[in-house]
Design a protein around this ligand. Structure first.
Ligand code: SF4
Ligand code: SF4
Length: 165
């Protein structure tokens, strides 16, 4: 109970970082404009902003919601406060990535890039189809150069996180 006093955010530094990016007053326009929120109850941009402003750092950073935004920018276009919600979500994803909270699908993409230089392995079957379709042979990939770029962004230390069922 807060006895009439304003409740302090749980993690003030985190809350201030988000507050700096958003003058959100929780009108909900973003949520009603969001195509992802329409199809899943696991994502609501207004709720992500609310929890962040309340300093609920762990819940936001270790949850899957921040990874569900598809960057369509509907919310940003319609927000009366011009909150750049996708950018807030990118910032939250960067924090989550640094702290090892990454959905498995992304760590699998990262591992595939690290190993082969491609997100998806091209099978011999698919490669053999290329000349039939008039496509040139696949070129070798500069995996070492790519690894240096990935390592410079910390993507060599990707950790898997349990998928939410
Ligand atoms: S539309 Fe803008 S002001 Fe309204 S809840 Fe979403 S972020 Fe906040
Ligand atoms: S940018 Fe993300 S949060 Fe905004 S409306 Fe699109 S999917 Fe929803």
């Amino acid at each position: 109970m807060n006895h009439g006093k304003e409740e302090k955010p749980k993690d003030q530094a985190f809350s201030q970082a988000v507050t700096h990016m958003t003058p959100c007053y929780q009108c909900g326009t973003c949520a009603s404009s969001c195509p992802v929120a329409k199809i899943t109850e696991h994502f609501n941009p207004r709720e992500v902003i609310r929890l962040s402003l309340l300093g609920e750092r762990n819940e936001v950073i270790s949850g899957d919601a921040i990874w569900l935004c598809c960057s369509c920018y509907n919310c940003h276009e319609r927000c009366p406060q011009k909150v750049h919600i996708p950018h807030v979500l990118y910032m939250l994803r960067n924090i989550a990535l640094r702290e090892g909270h990454l959905p498995n699908i992304y760590s699998e993409f990262g591992s595939a890039l690290w190993s082969n230089g491609r997100l998806v392995n091209v099978s011999r079957f698919v490669e053999n189809k290329r000349p039939i379709l008039g496509l040139p042979p696949l070129q070798p990939i500069g995996v070492e150069a790519l690894r240096r770029i990935l390592a410079s962004k910390g993507l060599d230390k990707l950790q898997k996180k349990e998928e939410v069922q």
